[in-house]
Design a protein around this ligand. Structure first.
Ligand code: B16
Ligand code: MG
Length: 211
């Protein structure tokens, strides 16, 4: 039996460098709220939905829940700032090894999908001109339960008519590796040594992965 029968990629931090743009945008929000926030705290936000990320910042600052209007205003401001920062995204912003792996899987007829928490995923894939590689892009608008729930990856596998155990999930975030493992996928942690022990395998970049 051949393995893997399918590949599922997280987007921010695995395919493209946008995780840094998320950090810069959330840092601005945290500064406004007076919450100490560095790349270390940002680790806990990676892979979380936009709403859960802001809740996490409030939690980090021991701030009480805020009214819905203010909360939504902060979400919109963060997203506008983030979107402005990714307007000029292009293929050159893909992380090392991405294009080579996508090409090689395509050549071997191994189906591929994106499983991302981001509601901006289709916009980003468009900018990177990668759409033709994927059977489906499952994004943050298509799930009821965000990572660490496995729904995003289960939907991707289901669309490709594959069982979780036949697929590899590539992830850079704790929430994403947990989502993959609880869904029954083989999880490869990419570029984030802190989550290596949670995954089945760790690689520093996709250049280290060979089909
Ligand atoms: P948006 P991924 C996640 O994407 C990012 O890791 C996370 O930092 C971000 O907050 C989340 O998407 C939501 O993104 O605000 O664009 O909807 O890593 O799951 O591809
Ligand atoms: Mg990610």
């Amino acid at each position: 039996m051949s393995f893997p029968k399918g590949l599922i990629f997280d987007l921010d931090g695995v395919i493209v460098t946008t995780e840094h743009n998320h950090y810069v945008a959330w840092k601005r929000t945290a500064d406004q709220l007076g919450v100490p926030f560095s790349e270390k705290e940002n680790e806990q936000l990676k892979g979380l939905s936009r709403i859960d990320s802001l809740k996490k910042i409030l939690e980090l600052g021991n701030l009480p829940e805020m009214d819905e209007t203010t909360f939504n205003k902060l979400l919109t401001e963060k997203n506008n700032f983030y979107k402005d920062s990714i307007q000029n995204l292009s293929r050159k912003d893909c992380l090392p090894g991405v294009i080579e792996l996508l090409d090689s899987a395509k050549e071997k007829n191994i189906p591929m999908a994106i499983g991302s928490s981001s509601k901006n995923a289709p916009f980003i894939i468009d900018k990177l001109e990668l759409k033709h590689f994927f059977e489906i892009i499952v994004d943050g608008t298509m799930v009821e339960q965000p990572k660490p729930h496995p729904e995003v990856f289960l939907n991707a596998a289901k669309f490709m008519n594959l069982k979780p155990e036949d697929c590899i999930v590539f992830e850079d975030a704790e929430s994403g590796v947990k989502a993959a493992k609880s869904g029954g996928f083989l999880a490869i942690a990419v570029g984030n040594e802190n989550i290596a022990s949670l995954a089945d395998k760790y690689i520093s970049s996709l250049t280290e992965f060979n089909l």
